[in-house]
Design a protein around this ligand. Structure first.
Ligand code: UDP
Ligand code: MG
Length: 341
């Protein structure tokens, strides 16, 4: 395997004593039985202990009942039940908050992220890497539209926003305990976990895999959710869109100056033949448009500041199952302490 140059000295580690598998679930009744079967097999292959943290993100189907039944039969399975749907990124955050393992793997419920890749991730973790992200070399069974938008998304985000963001890597990744502790200090409301993990730093490396088809059910990422996700990714990390609106303002002002000079010269040298109705209309609409774009852009950020200023908890948990009071007592004061900062 090739080694990536890194700015930290790699310190080999021992195999994780406990591995936490964090899985957000939202209306996944078709998938849960398959997931359960696959995970039961997979955890037997591990050399250490495993815990599975299932975060039910306000499912409206039989998902909750299924995972509760599962957890009642297996106390390595922990359930965190949200009071409503908070979205994938927040559900993942909650799962990470409740994880107690030395290393944590974040994955989707639909088995699109093959479990056997986790063995490779653990091997890189033992080499000393703190973040091992899955990098998709092929996407099976996804529409050309999804593939095109994903391709564009990663390239745009990398050039415009996060230079360290690995391309074609989703949330399927392994995090070390120290990376997770750093990530937990970041309690921002608008979350783009991959960007946040890139921000945390530490030695990071990718393992390539083929992303399979969804085992059952359909995608929970609607076009609207995808759009909102991309927008959060672009605006939660950078003020580039604000700068872009300033640039637009500058360009429009330059056009305005050019038009003004032209009008003055026309008046001085009597060039004026036709009343300048067209140019006037064009100018007014360009300036109006640019002003509105800029104001809207500022508004987006003010909205984000407003949301953040409310300082609400990121999620509300209605029940937990198999979550020991020890780990809960561990999670809550830590989160409160973070909230006070
Ligand atoms: N998910 C969630 N809350 C949501 C949407 C999705 O917890 O509001 C979960 C979903 O159950 C799955 C994971 O997030 O485990 C990824 O969703 P999906 O597979 O639908 O996304 P895709 O792979 O199509 O991008
Ligand atoms: Mg999926």
């Amino acid at each position: 395997m090739q080694r990536k140059p890194t700015f930290c000295l790699l310190q080999p580690r021992s195999y994780p004593n406990r591995l936490s598998l964090v899985i957000p679930v939202y209306n996944e009744e078709a998938v849960v039985p398959l997931l359960r079967h696959a995970l039961q097999q997979f955890t037997r292959e591990l050399q250490g202990e495993a815990e599975v943290i299932l975060v039910n993100d306000g499912s409206t189907d039989l998902t909750l009942q299924q995972i509760v039944d599962w957890a009642r039969e297996d106390d390595h399975v922990k359930v965190v039940n949200f009071s409503r749907n908070f979205g994938h990124q927040i559900a993942s955050t909650a799962g990470l908050d409740y994880a107690t393992g030395d290393a944590v793997v974040l994955l989707d419920a639909d088995l699109q992220d093959p479990l056997h890749v986790i063995h490779q991730m653990i091997a890189r973790y033992c080499d000393g890497y703190d973040v091992v992200y899955g990098q998709r070399k092929a996407r099976l069974g996804e529409t050309w539209f999804k593939r095109l938008t994903a391709w564009l998304f990663y390239r745009l985000m990398r050039t415009l926003v996060h230079k360290d963001l690995p391309v074609d890597a989703g949330d399927f990744r392994l995090l070390s305990r120290r990376c997770l502790n750093a990530l937990q200090q970041m309690r921002e409301t608008h979350r783009f976990l991959r960007g946040m993990v890139a921000w945390v730093g530490f030695p990071q490396v990718g393992v390539q895999y083929e992303r399979s088809q969804r085992a059952a059910g359909s995608t929970k990422y609607t076009l609207k959710k995808m759009g909102a996700f991309a927008w959060t990714a672009a605006t939660s990390f950078s003020i580039l869109p604000l700068k872009a609106s300033t640039l637009l303002g500058v360009i429009v002002t330059l056009i305005g100056v050019e038009e003004a000079v032209r009008a003055l010269l026309a008046k001085m040298f009597h060039w004026y033949v036709v009343p300048g109705w067209t140019s006037l209309t064009v100018l007014v609409s360009i300036i109006g448009g640019a002003t509105l774009i800029s104001v809207g852009m500022v508004g987006e950020y003010i909205g984000k500041l407003y949301e953040q200023a409310k300082n609400r908890p990121l999620y509300v948990v209605s029940q937990t199952l198999n979550v020991s009071p020890v780990s809960r007592a561990d999670v809550e004061p830590r989160l409160k302490a973070v909230g006070k900062q």
